[in-house]
Design a protein around this ligand. Structure first.
Ligand code: MTE
Length: 315
C-alpha cells in the first residue's frame, strides 16, 4: 500500500498514459475495437480501452509490468506447464466466436456472447497487482468491469451461495489438456460476497487491447487479493451453486490450495514461505524480494469479508 518512490511510475509518464486512455473513451463496441495502437509495440490486436476506474483501491500507482513480460511469462496449464509456451500456443483463443454459459441457481440463465459481454457495462481500466502462489508478482492494467454487473443481470436465487468458474478444455486447441497434470477442466470458485465485491473484475482486455490468448482470451476473472490461480482464464461457464465448489487445484492437492487462497504473508504454503515475492521485470533472481502485503495490498477494501475467520484454517 505504500510504494517506495522508485516504484512509482514517473508522474509525467503516468499523466500521459491517463490522457491516452481518456482520449480513447469510445465505449461503443464499433469504436472500442479498432486496429491496435502502435505505441504498445505488440502485434495487431484490437484496441479495447477503459476509463480509469473511480473505485477506491482499483489502481495501484506502482509501475506496471511491461507488456513483454506480462505476455511472455504465463501460467496456462491447458497449453503447457512451461511459462514461455502459452505465448507461443494460446493465440488459437483469439478472435474466435465465444459464448459463456451462465446457469445454476439464477432466475435468468443465459448464454452470453462476447459482443454482449463487451456491451454490458462501461469498460474500466484497473491497475492491479497480481501475486502468484509461486512467489512472483506483476502489475497489470486490466480492462473490464465488476463481475457484479453480470451477476445482477442473471438474478441469483437466495439459495446461490457460491460461483463456480469453468475454463475451456478443448484438447484440439489446448495440448496440455491431453496431459494428466490437472483433472480438466480448470475449475475455480468464489463465495457470493467475494464474487460480488466491486474489485472482482470480469476481464476482457489488458494494456488497452483485447486479452491475448496466453492471458486468458477472450474473457477471464481477476480477483486481485487472492493468489493468481483463483483468476480462471478463458471462461466458458459460470455456475451459481449452493455448495462450495471443488477447484481443480483443490482436487489435485487439497492440503496446498485452499478454497479461499487469499494472499497472506503469514500463512505459508506447505512447501515454501509466502512472506516475500519477486516482481517480474525487476532484475531477475538477484533483485531484492519485496514483502508480500496482506490481501495483496487490498486489505482496506476486502478484509471485512473475512472478519472473525481463522485464516490459517480457511487458507
Ligand atoms: N486459468 C486457467 N484456465 N489455467 C491456468 O493454468 N493459471 C492461473 C491463473 N488462471 C491458470 C488460470 C495462475 S497459477 C496464474 S498465476 C494466473 O492465471 C496467471 O495469469 P497471467 O498469465 O495473466 O499473468
Amino acid at each position: 500500500m505504500h510504494p517506495l518512490p522508485s516504484e512509482i511510475t514517473p508522474a509525467g509518464v503516468y499523466a500521459k498514459r491517463r490522457l491516452y486512455l481518456q482520449s480513447g473513451l469510445a465505449l461503443a463496441l464499433g469504436s472500442a475495437m479498432g486496429p491496435a495502437h502502435a505505441a504498445t509495440g505488440s502485434a495487431a490486436r484490437p484496441v479495447l480501452k477503459g476509463q480509469p476506474s473511480a473505485l477506491p483501491g482499483a489502481s495501484t500507482m506502482e509501475r506496471a509490468t511491461s507488456w513483454a513480460d506480462a505476455t511472455a511469462y504465463n501460467n496456462f496449464y491447458e497449453f503447457s506447464t512451461d511459462k514461455d509456451e502459452p505465448a507461443r500456443r494460446a493465440q488459437v483463443l483469439e478472435g474466435r466466436a465465444w459464448t459463456v454459459r451462465v446457469e445454476g441457481l439464477v432466475n435468468k440463465p443465459m448464454d452470453i456472447g462476447l459482443e454482449e459481454l463487451l456491451r454490458l457495462s462501461p469498460l474500466e481500466e484497473r491497475i492491479y497487482r497480481l501475486r502468484c502462489v509461486e512467489g512472483w508478482s506483476m502489475v497489470i492494467p486490466w480492462v473490464g468491469y465488476s463481475l457484479s454487473r453480470l451477476i445482477d443481470k442473471v438474478q441469483p436465487l437466495g439459495s446461490a451461495k457460491y460461483l463456480e468458474f469453468t475454463s475451456l478444455a478443448d484438447p484440439q486447441l489446448m495440448p496440455g489438456v491431453r496431459s494428466r497434470v490437472l483433472d480438466w477442466p480448470y475449475v475455480e470458485g468464489l463465495r457470493m460476497d467475494e464474487a460480488r465485491h466491486p474489485l472482482t473484475l470480469l476481464t476482457l482486455g489488458m494494456y488497452g487491447q483485447v486479452l491475448p490468448g496466453q492471458n486468458g482470451a477472450p474473457v477471464r476473472v481477476v480477483v486481485p487479493w487472492k493468489y493468481g490461480f483463483k483468476s480462471a482464464k478463458s471462461l466458458v461457464r459460470i455456475r451459481f451453486v449452493e455448495q462450495q465448489p471443488v477447484s481443480a487445484w483443490g482436487r489435485a492437492a487439497p492440503g496446498e490450495y485452499g478454497f479461499y487462497s487469499n494472499v497472506n504473508p503469514e500463512v505459508d504454503h506447505p512447501r515454501w514461505s509466502q512472506a516475500t515475492e519477486r516482481r517480474i521485470g525487476e532484475g531477475g533472481l538477484f533483485a531484492p524480494r519485496r514483502k508480500t502485503l496482506m490481501f495483496n495490498g487490498y486489505a482496506d477494501q476486502v478484509a471485512q469479508m473475512y472478519a472473525g475467520m481463522d485464516l490459517k484454517k480457511f487458507f
